[in-house]
Design a protein around this ligand. Sequence first.
Ligand SMILES: Cn1cc(C(=O)NCCCNC(=O)c2ccc(F)cc2)ccc1=O
Length: 117
Amino acid sequence: VVPVMQPVQKEQKDLQSCKSIISELEVHEDAWPFLLPVNTRQFPTYKKIIKKPMDLSAIKKKLDDNLYKTREEYCEDLRLMFNNCETFNEDDSPVGKAGHNLRSFFETKWNEHFPPT
Ligand SMILES: Cn1cc(C(=O)NCCCNC(=O)c2ccc(F)cc2)ccc1=O
């Protein structure tokens, strides 16, 4: 009989997976545009165009501060980060290409840890 996981264990397993995934993203060669918040002095129009900035350091901090109630909230922030990138950057720009590559890597990892039923 397949044991039913208690909700507490399920949350803990999800948290471990989310931590593991972001650790792999942070060392990916295409992570460089996403490691820190976009520098709004270097890119003065960014705050006007992107209403909700998001980056890997912010997601990592939210994870460590236990601010994600579910793995879906965590996934939403990662997809927000990649969507912001597509909004602000040309697809064939260095940052745009890195964003597409890292998004593809993320979605593959997500499906490995949480196979769609
Ligand atoms: C997501 N996004 C990023 C940029 C962007 O230009 N981002 C920083 C590039 C320069 N920063 C680095 O190269 C770097 C940063 C940290 C690090 F640990 C190693 C290298 C521009 C538009 C945009 O939408």
